[in-house]
Write a protein that binds this ligand. Sequence first.
Ligand code: CP
Ligand code: NVA
Length: 307
Amino acid sequence: MSRNFLTLLDRTPSELINLIEEAIKLKKKRSKSIFTTPLRDKSIAMIFEKSSTRTRISFEVGIKELGAYPLFLSSADIQIKRGESISDTAKVLSRYVDMIMIRTSEHAKIIDLVENSTIPVINGLTDDYHPCQILADIMTIYEKLGKIKGVKVAFIGDGNNVANSWMNGAAQLGMKLSIASPKEYTVNQDIYKKAVEIAKQNDGEILLTTDPYKAVKDADIIYTDVWASMGMESEQAKRVNDFKGFIVDSKLMKSTGRETYFMHCLPAHRGEEVTADVIDGKNSIVFDEAENRLHIQKAIMLDCFEV
Ligand code: CP
Ligand code: NVA
């Protein structure tokens, strides 16, 4: 079986730490314009069924920097759009390229892709998970705070793909995560229950609440994401109403009782889930997170090739 990267549960805690250490080394080398090209005989397909700025560009540049050839495949331009199955697409791509990165909707689609591919598959976001993002975020936290274990992250907002991957990451790496969402927008309960079990083994903690002020007590990081994810555009107006009280503003930032960084996977909607003064303020590290996508994904790709 190929070495895939579909969720943060696909690696052991120490393997996740190794990926972060490797990404930091790659980042240092890049800052000195030192590039090795271990993937120079490889081609990597990137399938996008949803829009992207960061994922597309950071993967494409990362693939090029590792010496491989990136193929950007918008699902609108390949036969998937006209009904060709994921399984046939997987079998065909396995004959041409060496790895697939995919951004898609239902997580079942990426499982179908994996089951029908003979090459590694990386998850560039599904409706349920966004593992590359959260590993880049944890790398960013490590750079800023010098530690991971015991760090408290408060996630304020929708119990979406980013929140789900946060539960996986915090559980694996012994972090304290509290998630505040309106009751009807809480996280997936199966993912939550599993994360609680894993967290117990690693001295982590996962708490769910409907009170943002309770969630952020003692938080080192306040994290948020859009209220309506890609594919939920028709719910936008209803969600703006339902999430009233969940905006990350300076009052919430100050209420932690300590110095707190602000994080967001981006793209952001200023004035909805976060105020402009917070996301553009001195404690915001959103562009460090965005940069670290490049470095962590290079480490993930090397790991999937076992280079
Ligand atoms: N954070 C993130 O994945 O951004 P894109 O949707 O622009 O790829
Ligand atoms: N939750 C967001 C993340 C975007 C990077 C979405 O799925 O649209």
